[in-house]
Design a protein around this ligand. Sequence first.
Ligand SMILES: Cc1cc2nc3c(=O)[nH]c(=O)nc-3n(C[C@H](O)[C@H](O)[C@H](O)COP(=O)(O)OP(=O)(O)OC[C@H]3O[C@@H](n4cnc5c(N)ncnc54)[C@H](O)[C@@H]3O)c2cc1C
Length: 462
Amino acid sequence: MREFDIVIIGAATAGSFFAKLMAEKGFSTLVIDALPEKEIGKRLTVFHVDSVYFDKTGIPRLGEGDPEFITSFEYSMCESAYGHYPKKTLYPFTVFNLERFNHHLHSWSKRFGVQYEFNTSFKEFIFNDEKKICGVKIQNEEGEEEIYCRLVVDCSGINAPVRCALPDDYGIENTPLSPRDMFYVILRYVKLEDPIREKPNTSTAYPYYKTWIAPSDDPEGAVIGIGANLSYEYAESVYKDFENTIRLPKIVGEPRIEKGTTPYRHAIYSLVSDGFLCIGDSAAITKPYSGEGVTASWNLCMIAADVVENAMKDGKYPTKDALWPINVKYSRTQGANFAEIMATLVGAIDATKDENEYEFKHNIVFDEAVMTQMNYAFANKMTIRQMLYLVNQIIDARANGSIRKSTISNIIKSLLKASKLKKHYKSFPKKAKKFEKWCIKADELWKDAGCMADIIEKSFKG
Ligand SMILES: Cc1cc2nc3c(=O)[nH]c(=O)nc-3n(C[C@H](O)[C@H](O)[C@H](O)COP(=O)(O)OP(=O)(O)OC[C@H]3O[C@@H](n4cnc5c(N)ncnc54)[C@H](O)[C@@H]3O)c2cc1C
């Protein structure tokens, strides 16, 4: 029988970073992954990391000449539904190969004592006499094994097989995400006919279609991406509209396709219970304005590490109450900010192409300074002055008939609902006993705010 302080399931970006933080604090930490090491992260060739997160996390920087590194850019662009009024967001991103980046995290975290076991799957929890988690049953090439530990951390990705294996009365949502709660993302790796003139050196997004054109690992290529709720079929139908409206670079041959899903809903309300913590896609933690999850989860890892250290100090068992400050700290900070942005976007995206064009032209919603601030803060940091400017622009738009009354009313309603949600998250209960009441109110507020899938479904039907 083997024993560790902490067993983490999932050896990708969330699991490996959290493992390093805990091993560094002196906890024996085992990370298991169902895949062979070479396959981890192979689902995506390229992915973007906010460059400022190397300093924030201490992850060793990678750059030109490193095999993980593809490129970097200091700003990204954003254009209207007809490809006009380009806006610049002054926020740097670095583009990596995901598989190699995961290896980078593995070798870095091993230096702090993290142990990895690949080809090793989580099968079920082990509970003690008090029905509290005290280990996991795993399956590897040699068969099944019971591993005992004080804390199990679920970093198993969007399907969340670990969280979903929790008993109904364990205090954590244990159902998988529905198609309404995720984005179906399709990446087309295209070869450009004229790479010298058309190769992108930054990412350009088209929020109306939720599409983007970005650098690829191929020096003569580009990646054209789309994300949409509901299904890949729906994403493809929007892509057709995008292709027919926006002048895309000419390509040669057939694109190589990569597909995957990313969570697009609020994070699970409670991330902790007795001997259990949930991080990453399995907890539905992604930036609401892009669907990107890597750095959003690293923020949660950093919040959780100090609380876990305290909860497990001197050989203590990490009870739900001792881990509860993770919920409080997360929900009152990034959780509240993401709730606000997500609810605001529901109203902001519900516009026609012409309205989107007008919004871009007149900095309604799509404002360079506001978008730059949002990228840095992972929050809507509109100043009073920017808010007054927005109201003024909206009044003008209504007066000159450029935007329908219903669209304006949707934007205003969503801003009000978003601010109620933020306030509610900011009052996340300090004690678990008040949680149920908090959840009932949160459910009501989310129902009232609606979701991106509602808007998409409406436009699909209509
Ligand atoms: C097409 C696409 C493009 C994206 N681009 C970006 C981007 O550019 N930037 C960004 O920040 N985010 C991006 N995202 C989102 C991002 O991929 C995720 O938010 C992030 O990778 C989640 O990391 P994770 O560690 O939580 O989970 P994952 O990376 O999904 O890792 C989970 C790990 O758990 C393992 N596992 C699962 N079940 C078991 C089990 N039973 N036993 C043992 N191990 C198990 C898996 O093998 C896997 O290795 C993109 C998503 C998609 C679909």
